[in-house]
Structures are given as C-alpha cells and as structure tokens.
Design a binder for this molecule. Structure first.
Ligand code: PLP
Length: 342
C-alpha cells in the first residue's frame, strides 16, 4: 500500500524487529531449551507473542481476518503504538474533537507530537468545516474519533466519520470502547473500504475485564504488520490471554450483564430527571451518563463524603458529573443519596 509507506516513520519502515525465541521456532517440539526459561512452574514459558488462539476466536466473533487484528495491553497500548509508528517526534501532528478521552493527548505529549483540538458542536457532533482545512496538512498523521464518545456518551454521526475517512490522507482512528452498549453497528465493516482506518475496541467495558488489560486494534493487514514490528515481543501475558479467551467464550454472561446495564441506564436516567438539582442528562449510548447539575462541585464532594465516587467532568463541560452505571443496588443507593442531598 503506497499511501502507508508515505505515512509510516522512516525508522519504523526500516526497523528490523527483535526476533524472540518463540518467533524463531514456533512449531511443536518435545524439549524447549531456547529461551532461557526455567523448566519448572505453571507460567514458566514466555507467552505466544502473537496471541494466535485469542486472535483465532476473536476473528470468528468479529468476522474479521486474523491478520487484521492486533491485541494490546489495553487499547492504551494501541494508542501509544499508533504515535510511535506514524508520528515523528517534534515534527508531526495529531488531532481530535473535544471533549473526549484524555489518553490521546497524553500519548501525543509523551511522543512529542503537536496536539490539535477542535471543539465538538453544542450537540457534541463533529463540525466538518472546522476539519476541512487540515485535510491537506502533510504533517497531520492521526485523527482520533471516539464513538460513542467519552465523556459525552453520544455516537458521532457516521456520515461525518466517512467524510473524514474519504478526504483525509492520514490515519483515522475510531475508538469504539463503548460500541457494544450502542444500537449502532461497529465501523469494522468499513475496514475493507478504507485502508487508513483503525478501529479500537477493548475487553475493559462491555466485556467487564478492565483488570485484564486487553485491547484490540483492527486495521489493514499492513498496518497490523507495523504494530507487530513495534510492540514489545511479549506484550500480553499468558494468564491474560487465557482469561481473555475464557471471557469471550462466555457470550451469555456478556449479553446478560449488558442487558442489565442498559436497562439500568434507562432507569437511572428517569430517576435522575426527577431530581431538582439536575439540569440536563445527555443522551448516552455508553455505560455512563453525563449529567449537568446546578452545582456539580458540591454534589461531587457530598457524594464523596457518603463514599460514592463519580467523575467530575466540569473542567470539560460546565457543572457535569460522569456517572458510570453500576449494579441495580449501587444505582439505587446513588439515587437515594442524590434525593437526600437535593
Ligand atoms: C475505557 C476506554 C478505553 C479502554 O482502554 P483500555 O486500555 O482498553 O482499558 C479506550 N478508549 C476510551 C474512550 C475509553 O473510555
């Protein structure tokens, strides 16, 4: 893919990656004396560097070829790798629409990449006219679009995502951490049309496995090739690969928990609407609600005193708290407490 070779950093194009023992010999054998492993123990062997079994099963689940999947130590690893693959420190740029997930900016700054923020409009949607002038910027390598967006909760308009994918020559990263809580279809189906698309998903949210640190990047197979070249050889531990497989082999638990979270989201929204201190509840396609209060700082502090922790997002949108959907009991307690405070 010619476009890709113009986008990837020269040192990464030319890099000869570290060749691990498990890479140099990956077949079956009786005796492995090649990796300086201890011969005793349960987790004494290095993990599969390419997580083949996990990718096989994720490929079947997502109906996507295995060579279009990268498995990372959380999606945060994929975000950092995107900067390291595409952005020359001190020279290149990346862009997003705000307010959004804070990790993109931190990764940009760690990698010394100029960070551009364009505001979402008052409906928390992309204004394409703001983006249009950046389409031709040769130093702009990455655009991050989070849909459903954190912390606003809404989906970004699919037509505008496609407009950016079509007109921008750099990489477009669509972060779908919350897509399983939404009615909308994933952007995975766009991959075959747009070689500059990277879709991020995770086991941390709808799959309930934040502690495992398993995130996915889906992209053109050449892009995945660069991920594999740059990643630490053993980036996902054996135990985490096993636990991830256990999680995705149990779609019933996934569906059941998701259904509870979605019905609780509706219930919480209705209950919050009755609370006098609440000014607005933003429509959510995720497992949280962004709620505007008359006095968010006071509500936040009072909830902390009562040992209930939500996220104060007032620095991004005035007087807002982001409330994650908990268990039915937790949500009930929250509502009771808010009624008392009001
Ligand atoms: C929670 C979240 C993630 C998940 O990150 P992991 O590193 O996979 O846990 C990714 N993107 C957004 C927008 C999130 O809110």
């Amino acid at each position: 893919m010619k476009l890709l070779h113009q986008l990837v950093r020269k040192n990464i194009l030319e890099l000869s990656p570290y060749s691990s023992a498990r890479e140099e010999f990956s077949g079956n054998a009786d005796i492995f004396l090649d990796a300086n492993e201890n011969p005793f123990g349960r987790y004494h062997r290095y993990p599969d560097p390419y997580q083949k079994q996990l990718k096989l099963e994720v490929a079947a689940l997502k109906k996507i070829p295995q060579d279009q999947i990268f498995v990372g130590n959380g999606s945060d690893e994929a975000i950092d790798l995107l900067f390291r693959i595409f952005c020359n420190p001190g020279k290149d740029k990346a862009l997003t629409f705000t307010p959004t997930y804070g990790m993109y900016k931190v990764s940009a700054q760690i990698n010394e990449v100029t960070w551009i923020e364009l505001p979402l409009n008052s409906s928390h949607q992309i204004d394409y006219r703001l983006f249009a002038p950046y389409c031709e910027d040769k130093h702009l390598k990455l655009v991050f679009l989070c849909s459903p967006n954190n912390p606003t909760g809404n989906l970004l308009d699919r037509k505008l995502l496609i407009q950016i994918l079509t007109h921008f020559r750099g990489m477009v990263v669509i972060d779908e951490a919350y897509i399983d809580f939404s009615e909308e279809e994933s952007c995975l189906r766009l991959l075959h049309e747009y070689p500059n698309l990277v879709v991020l998903q995770t086991l941390s949210k709808a799959w309930g496995q934040a502690g495992l640190r398993i995130g996915f990047a889906y992209a053109h197979k050449e892009v995945i090739g660069f991920f594999n070249k740059v990643k630490p050889p053993y980036n996902v531990s054996t135990s985490n690969q096993e636990m991830a497989l256990r999680a995705i082999r149990d779609p019933d638990t996934f569906m059941k928990n998701r259904a509870v979270i979605l019905s609780e989201r509706d219930r919480l929204q209705q209950a919050l609407a009755q609370i006098p201190n609440v000014e607005a509840i933003f429509p959510s396609e995720a497992n949280f609600l962004l709620v505007q209060f008359k006095n968010a700082a006071f509500i936040y502090q009072t909830l902390v005193q009562r040992k209930i922790i939500v996220r104060d997002r007032s620095a991004q949108i005035k007087n807002t708290l982001r409330i994650t959907i908990g268990t039915p009991e937790e949500n009930k307690k929250l509502i009771q407490t808010l009624q008392q405070i009001s």
